[in-house]
Design a protein around this ligand. Sequence first.
Ligand SMILES: [Zn+2]
Ligand SMILES: [Zn+2]
Length: 480
Amino acid sequence: MTTTLITGGTVVSATGRAAADVLIDGEKIVGVLTPGSVLLGTDLAESADTVIDATGKYVIPGGIDAHTHFELPFGGTEASDTFESGTRAAAWGGTTTVIDFAVQTTGTKVQDGLAKWHAKAAGNCAIDYGFHQIMGGVDDDSLKAMAGFVDEGITSYKMFMAYPGVFYSDDGQILRAMQKAADYGLLTMMHAENGPAIDVLAAQLVEAGKTTPYFHGIARAWQMEEEATHRAIMLAQLTNAPLYVVHVSAKQAVQQLAWARDNGQNVFGETCPQYLYLSLEEQLGAVSKEWGDFEGAKWVCSTPLRSREEGHQDHMWQALRTNDLQMVSTDHCPFCMKGQKDLGIGDFRKIPNGIGSVEHRMDLMYQGVVTGELTLERWVELTSTTPARMFGMYGQKGVITPGADADVVVYDPNGHTSIGIGDGKTHHMNMDHSAWEGFEIDGHVDTVISRGKVIVDRNQYLGAKGDGKFIKRGLSQYLI
Ligand SMILES: [Zn+2]
Ligand SMILES: [Zn+2]
């Protein structure tokens, strides 16, 4: 076994920070020690195979992004990152575990969808990965299949209240799936938007000649998110099924979650960096030389970016502090402008929905520490510890402690990161643009260790495809 000592840094956890050295043996953390420890008469700094000097830097558990879509067929095209390119980009940004969504669509078997996702990912990933199961066709057959999810290590599944004809489940289907989920201990993830009503609004806008990306945000009004969130909460309450609402962007939806939690319900929510930083006015309404008023297509995602004037972004930051929202994931779903997003020129409904952020989540959230929105500890909690607990990996992931997987990031608060693809900056995601062009981060991911192997070190990629393995997850460790 090879040993690695990370020395001189400040180890940050969800509950505190301390000067400590981290000793890694093979794939596991074996010690968190007082600096300069002499253990059993051995000087660790001299006997370790590798010594990483983390003086002046933070040593944190590797990021866990619980919401990615690699190689997802959607909107007549396919998300542009493969498991290989997407997980490598994640590694560059200090994320050492992703949870992607295996897809079942109407009329297909759940088991076949899962097998397909295993085949896409196996041997291709730079970092560890798990799966949630998308249920895109709730029927007798797929409900029966839910009995096998826990054995497969897939303890969460997702339904959609939007996208009629693609992924949509009606309330009766949702009710039936939640009844099963409550029986099996599964966590129900929900895309909470009233799809049928949105589709009517969108058609009316297009008919009236309002076809630019800006109107994607108008059609998907906050009332549609609030209403669906409330409906999901009520169905979950009735069936006693724990509920996790994905990509929350409307402050009114957060208020629904907070209300349910105050009533003692197992209800949780994630938001994403785009809902903290970006807006309807500035991004969806953007105009550029290259794309004109189609520029906003870069930021077409669902739920949509919301009006800054209405205060949604500030409310998301606040909800992350008060734990009305518990996690930040990316909903990484990248599409290029040329050949993909441009399918929607003249009709915003045809723009593939998605933003690529898997590489930038740790940095973007760290900037929230710099600007005083979050504490250092809350940063670690939102990006690693809670995702591990929420999705049944805590102890193995999400914490720096003896016995945990050695997924560790050395983060330099005195470093700097310029995000983007233009002006000599090159991200590692497979996209022809960046939704984050021009963002400057007052920090830098220096070293990334995945199960004991250094895969990124000071702007050098040292990993390989196949380094990452499938993680069988347990039941949620976050339930009340
Ligand atoms: Zn969604
Ligand atoms: Zn998604």
